[in-house]
Design a protein around this ligand. Structure first.
Ligand code: CTP
Length: 398
């Protein structure tokens, strides 16, 4: 399927570098050309000879391999492939990529390339958790770098946690997806996505909120944008980097979310993935509440506007053609979600079983519910849920 495609594979240092050899075999079997670059660290773990034997191509190890521009310059090498893959991506390589350093062949190619980049990090769990690595990760993601893994498990260094290189099959699957022809079946369509929690103030320093991470909503926004849609993301407070290629409008409260959503219309579709607070505090205090002022103090709550129901009820001409809601349930998922779809008047509900800690996690088990019935999707990553949903939305708006 990928015949004719090729990747530039940069193999960083680390015990997991041997998995890069398995990855090369998977790619070659699928008809994907592989040109490999070994960093100095990578060459400590796998030899150019074994990499070259598997890839069937010359292996590059040093910037000076390329000084003979008659053979191939580094600019050409960085752009000849369809995709640049870094596996394993060490903490050092990620830091250099984030900073734009170019002090060896691998980092020079990464800085010079105009192709998409996919990295599979692998490192000690503390190095992975370190604020510096996490900041670099956020920077790379925001620039559109695809990140696969790391997996969680026992590590060669004896510790346990996230940091293991993703399995070759998982990296291969991500490469296949990255090499697949780009769909632009949502080009010319405008879609509004709500995402994240809302914060409802109690006083200037306190608020009511929930555990929504915003990951699923942002993944939906990214997947829609990747298919060519013009996307407005109306997001409550989240700890995520705003996705690339999407116009993000930040709000705090449910009422602000409603205003921002209505202001972003007209649109072809609206996807309400936000976990909106159902209630707000009636008359939030202007000044910080003092403990001394009231033992047994209680809050009076008033209901917030329902954004999904409001958009669904817009008169013809203003109502988007497709309105999609999410339903987080912990029991009788399909029955409650089907009732919610009818009550709120939306077209589809993505029902979400949150009884097993979906909030904040990277996976989701959902059921797509429309007027005709319910379709269970297998448990998959939130990105995969988003892509599948984007595909359905594209088909519905076609
Ligand atoms: N929603 C919304 N505005 C609200 C409340 C919910 O737009 N004020 C949307 C959510 O974004 C989601 C859907 O409605 O798409 C379902 O949210 P959920 O919290 O499951 O529904 P509730 O109306 O709160 O129902 P219940 O609490 O009874 O389960």
């Amino acid at each position: 399927m990928n015949t004719g495609k090729s990747v530039l594979l940069i193999i960083g240092g680390g015990v997991a570098a041997y998995k890069a050899l398995l990855l090369i075999r998977l790619l070659k079997t699928a008809g994907v050309g592989v040109r490999a670059v070994l960093t100095a660290g990578g060459a400590q773990f796998v030899t150019p000879l074994s990499v070259g034997a598997l890839s069937g191509e010359k292996v590059f190890t040093d910037l000076f391999d390329l000084t003979d521009e008659a053979e191939m310059g580094h600019i050409q090498l960085s752009r000849a492939a369809d995709l640049v893959v870094v596996a394993p991506a060490t903490a050092d390589l990620m830091a250099k990529m984030a900073a734009g350093l170019a002090d060896d062949l691998a980092t020079t190619l990464l800085l010079a390339t105009d192709k998409d980049v996919l990295i599979a990090p692998a490192m000690n769990v503390r190095m992975w958790d370190h604020a510096a690595t996490q900041a670099n990760l956020a920077t790379l993601r925001a620039r559109g770098v695809t990140v696969v893994g790391p997996d969680e498990g026992d590590m060669a260094c004896g510790e346990y946690g996230p940091g293991r290189l993703a399995e070759p099959e998982a990296i291969f699957a991500a490469i296949e997806a990255a090499l697949a022809p780009r769909l632009s079946d949502l080009a010319g369509k405008r879609i509004v996505v709500t995402s994240g929690p809302t914060h409802e103030p109690i006083d200037p320093v306190r608020y009511i909120a929930n555990r929504s991470s915003g990951k699923q909503g942002q993944a939906v926004a990214s997947a829609l944008a990747a298919r060519g849609a013009e996307v407005v993301l109306v997001s409550g407070p989240v700890r995520l980097v705003a996705p690339a290629g999407v116009e993000t409008r930040k709000i705090e409260t449910a009422r602000e979310m409603l205003d921002a959503t209505l202001a972003a219309l007209p649109a072809d579709a609206v996807v309400c993935a936000a976990a909106v607070a159902d209630y707000r505090v009636d008359g939030a205090a202007e000044h910080k509440l003092k403990k001394a002022d009231g033992a047994g103090r209680s809050l009076t709550l008033v209901e917030n506007p329902d954004i999904l129901a409001t958009v669904s009820a817009l008169p013809e001409g203003q109502r988007p053609r497709l309105v999609v809601g999410f339903a987080a349930e912990t029991q009788e998922v399909i029955a409650y979600a089907q009732a919610k779809r009818t009550r709120k008047g939306c077209d589809w509900i993505v029902a979400n079983d949150v009884s097993q800690g979906v909030f904040g996690g990277d996976e989701n088990a959902v059921t797509l519910i429309d007027a005709k019935g319910a379709e269970d999707w297998p448990r998959m990553g939130k990105d995969a849920v988003a892509e599948k949903l984007a595909g359905r939305i594209a088909a519905a708006l076609a």
